[in-house]
Write a protein that binds this ligand. Structure first.
Ligand code: FPP
Length: 258
């Protein structure tokens, strides 16, 4: 049988994939284990999917690892996740470096414990010259936090006379987002059978294809990623235009660029 990965059209890969890694807790509870057991196994999936994206040549991968709302979880789980974060970064940095991966973090990192912040900053610095996959960890991130932050920064710039309100358009606004240096995700995946966006990249996902799977994050592997990409490639992205306009444009482009 043809391997799933061979069914992917390598010329039409999404540049940016964003993932809501959901279902760790339920996966563990179904096994009669502590929720942290699920997060621990979730790290295996992170490793596998990062490797899968790097192998395919995906340029940006954003992982929703910890939301602003996750701070309200039981303290034992929050502490466990922070420890896991520090341990994972420490352990994975050499492999990330070997695979030419650059690390970025988006979110309100001032809320993270100092140890986690230091570990992240060291890793970002060590990997800063890499030119392969951009791995973006959303940590203590929520879209509403990001949008309010952007509006405050814009208001300050207007107040200081550095920004003319009439000049604010999409391009200017996007410069104030934490994702200013990244393209919007073409594909957003959420695991564990939940059909929500949960305060994740609300502005950036405006035209993304959404893919939902019942697989819980600790079971999500490269083949699940390939399935999502294959489904994405079968969809027609119209950006508000008609199907005919999109088709005519493809024909036009393919004849004008031999
Ligand atoms: C959602 O599952 C997952 C998280 C809140 C954390 C995701 C973290 C990892 C995959 C580990 C790697 C990241 C770090 C920070 C080291 P859930 O707990 O909401 O699952 P549930 O919906 O079944 O309760």
């Amino acid at each position: 049988m043809q391997p799933l990965v061979d069914k992917i059209n390598k010329q039409r890969l999404p540049k940016h994939i964003a993932i809501i890694m959901d279902g760790n807790g339920r996966w563990a509870e179904e096994k009669g284990e502590d929720r942290l057991f699920g997060h621990f196994h979730g790290v295996e999936s992170v490793r596998n999917i990062v490797e899968g994206c790097a192998e395919l040549g995906i340029q940006y991968l954003t992982l929703y690892a910890f939301s602003t709302e996750n701070w309200d979880r039981p303290q034992q789980e929050v502490d466990g996740l922070m420890t896991l974060l520090v341990d994972t970064i420490r352990k994975e940095v050499p492999e990330l470096n070997k695979n030419n991966i650059k690390l970025h973090v988006i979110g309100n990192t001032s809320m993270l414990p100092e140890l986690a912040r230091n570990e992240l900053n060291e890793a970002i610095d060590l990997l800063k010259n890499n030119t392969g996959l951009n791995l973006i960890m959303a940590l203590s991130y929520s879209s509403r936090w990001e949008l309010i932050n952007a509006v405050q920064a814009i208001a300050k710039d207007v107040e200081m006379g550095n920004l003319n309100p009439n000049s604010i358009n999409n391009t200017v606004f996007e410069k104030y987002l934490t994702t200013a240096n990244f393209p919007d995700p073409e594909l957003m995946i959420r695991t564990s059978g939940e059909f929500r966006i949960s305060n994740f990249l609300l502005y950036q996902l405006a035209y993304s294809e959404l893919y939902f799977t019942n697989t819980c994050w600790p079971d999500f592997r490269k083949n699940n990623l390939y399935e999502a990409i294959i489904e994405y490639q079968g969809r027609e992205r119209r950006f508000g235009k008609t199907s005919k306009q999109i088709h005519d444009n493809i024909v036009l482009n393919s004849t004008s660029h031999p």
